[in-house]
Design a protein around this ligand. Structure first.
Ligand code: RB5
Length: 150
């Protein structure tokens, strides 16, 4: 049986665009569809704008998950978590990247291009996209987070 190809949206600011490009290259070798939401140069830009573009792809269902890259990953995660329905996690270790999917059902991974190297970033991204939500008691907690958005 053929499995559905995953679609991942990626966005970055100027500090994260080279890492975004490396992730796009990595995913294109791994049978994943990509939506590139920019930016695509080192010209200074504002990360909240690109956080919004990337998050809208997962909120609309066009993408299964979104990955955002900036210098630290932190600005992107703060901005992304302002959007209703977004659960963004800034990760720089494999345990967090795995458990934010298992327990938090995170739909956005934020990576810091000045924090993690390309190799680790690709591993974090792979773990994030290949791990599913555990549900059960964690679903109740995610519903409680959704209630906080009302
Ligand atoms: C840009 O210099 C930098 O502030 C940005 O990429 C990000 O790290 C913010 O959180």
């Amino acid at each position: 049986m053929e499995t559905k190809k995953l679609t991942i949206a990626l966005a970055s600011d100027h500090a994260g665009y080279l890492l975004k490009d490396a992730l796009i290259k990595h995913f294109s070798q791994n049978n994943v569809s990509i939506i590139d939401c920019g930016t695509n140069s080192a010209d200074s830009c504002d990360y909240p704008q690109f956080a919004e573009l990337g998050c809208k792809k997962v909120l609309s269902g066009e993408a299964d998950l979104t990955i955002l890259c900036c210098g630290t990953g932190i600005g992107m995660s703060i901005a992304a978590n302002k959007l209703r329905g977004i659960r963004a996690a800034c990760c720089s270790d494999v345990f967090s990247a795995k458990y934010t999917r298992l327990h938090n059902n995170a739909n956005v991974l934020c990576l810091g291009a000045r924090v993690v190297g390309e190799g680790l970033a690709c591993e974090l991204a792979d773990i994030f996209v290949n791990t599913g939500f555990e549900g059960g008691k964690h679903k109740r907690r995610i519903d409680m987070i959704s209630d906080l958005e009302k």
